[in-house]
Design a protein around this ligand. Structure first.
Ligand code: CO
Length: 431
């Protein structure tokens, strides 16, 4: 039975998001699933290596590195600028190293891994884990990318028994190389992990070139609480924003502005890759749209200056057991609506002007909102908006849903907030 079937009718978008998360264990799968749906909805894929023909009234998308995606609908007539929503596809996880098999005195096999992003380690213990990602396979004289997913529990990071570590509940300084390696088999049969990968990728040992694989929690999403007001799932940061923005684009009609979503990879490691928010991905696509639609330099600059971006990434809800960790006057709560994020240092791009524009839009459409500001003594994490603004400088506002346990393998957010985000993106991309 799917999560969707278990769900009450109240939070359809949340149930759909849970299904999307379950079938998207890595950024590669998330982008692949969106790609399939875009094609079904009449979007055409553009290849960065080829000539682009962009027609007015057409819908297009571009994928970079199989993990970042930009999609847009071209208005039928001239348009004033771009309405952009950005989010990210990646989430913290354990990435499997090359030559990963470790023999544990020949009794077991564990896998060598490293940490991707700033993850919370403790909740990864004693949880069924699976493995997914992409592999590169040699086929004749070509090299082909294939996505793989074990789609069943194959690994687990076992806790050390309390009897062997009496102080574990007082000191929990987990070390990635010592404490966090997943157990995958009894005995040690060198090459068995490679064989399992080859089987999933339907290739021989010789054909298998390289891989990028991640552990992911093999855990169903759940919608819970006495009134079903919360939901928990892996990768809510930032698939909650990425997915709702994606759905809004599918439903968008373009008129005065071109609706565009840009979903970057590698936000969790600082965005500094060719598919990250610091790359030339978005500016290059905007440049090529302008070129293809024959805008001159002035028209191009005018359109960029008339654009607006919503940078969407979740933020921290007030934790019931750690109320002192949040700002004393701006306590964001789950189901409190869209969080407008402010930072004096401009780690969030929001300023009075961009926030006022967004508030006016939300007031007009009766969309609930609240504020998020970090506690002054607790610096928050980074996000996309101020990074992509360095590459394409347009007025931007940082927003997100308030969630708990960010970067845990099982995060928690408000079920009503998925609907609220959806409504905001839909109204914004239709403006
Ligand atoms: Co995030």
């Amino acid at each position: 039975m799917t999560t969707l079937q278990c769900m009450t009718e109240r939070y359809t978008t949340t149930a759909e998001l849970c299904d999307f998360i379950e079938k998207s264990p890595t950024q590669f799968h998330a982008v692949e699933n969106m790609k399939n749906e875009l094609i079904q909805n009449g979007f055409k894929e553009l290849d960065e290596r080829k000539h682009w023909i962009i027609e007015r009234g057409g819908s297009y998308f571009i994928i970079r590195n199989s993990s970042a995606l930009i999609a847009f609908r071209v208005p039928p007539a001239d348009f004033a600028g771009y309405s952009i929503v950005s989010a990210h596809t990646d989430s913290p996880a354990f990435k499997i190293k090359t030559e990963p098999e470790i023999s544990d005195a020949g009794l077991y096999t564990t896998l060598n891994t490293e940490v991707y992003g700033g993850l919370l380690m403790a909740p990864w213990f004693d949880r069924p884990l699976s493995i997914a990602g992409r592999v590169y396979v040699r086929t004749g004289n070509k090299i082909e990318e294939r996505l793989i997913d074990f789609s069943r529990p194959v690994a687990l990071i076992p806790n050390l028994a309390i009897h062997m570590n009496r102080k574990v509940n007082e000191e929990n300084g987990y070390r990635a190389q010592k404490d966090m390696l997943p157990l995958i088999a009894e005995g040690f049969d060198k090459g068995q992990f490679g064989k399992a990968i080859q089987q999933l990728a339907r290739c021989t040992e010789r054909e298998l070139l390289e891989y990028e694989l991640f552990l992911y929690p093999y855990t169903k999403a759940s919608i819970w609480g006495l009134g079903n007001e919360f939901f928990s799932a892996p990768r809510i940061d930032d698939l909650m924003c990425a997915y709702t923005a994606f759905r809004a684009l599918l439903a968008a009609e373009s008129k005065d502005y071109m609706p565009l979503i840009t979903l970057f990879d590698n936000e969790e490691t600082g965005s500094g890759t060719k598919q990250g928010a610091l790359s030339d991905f978005l500016p290059t696509v905007i440049e090529r749209i302008a070129f293809s639609l024959s805008f001159n330099a002035e028209e191009k600059a005018m359109k960029n200056a008339s654009s607006f971006m919503i940078s969407a990434d979740n933020c921290h809800a007030m934790h019931p057991n750690y109320m002192e960790k949040c700002d004393p006057t701006n306590r964001a709560r789950m189901n409190g609506g869209v969080c407008i994020k402010f930072s004096a240092a401009q780690k969030y791009t929001t300023d009075a002007e961009s926030a006022s524009y967004l508030r006016a839009l939300m007031d007009e459409h009766e969309i609930a909102y609240q504020y998020f500001v970090n506690h002054s003594d607790i610096p928050g994490g980074s996000t996309l908006g101020n990074l992509s603004a360095q590459k394409l400088s347009i007025p931007t506002v940082d927003i997100g849903a308030a969630q708990l346990a960010m970067h845990s393998p099982y995060e928690t957010a408000g079920a009503r907030d998925t609907e609220t985000l959806s409504k905001l993106f839909t109204c914004f991309l239709r403006r």
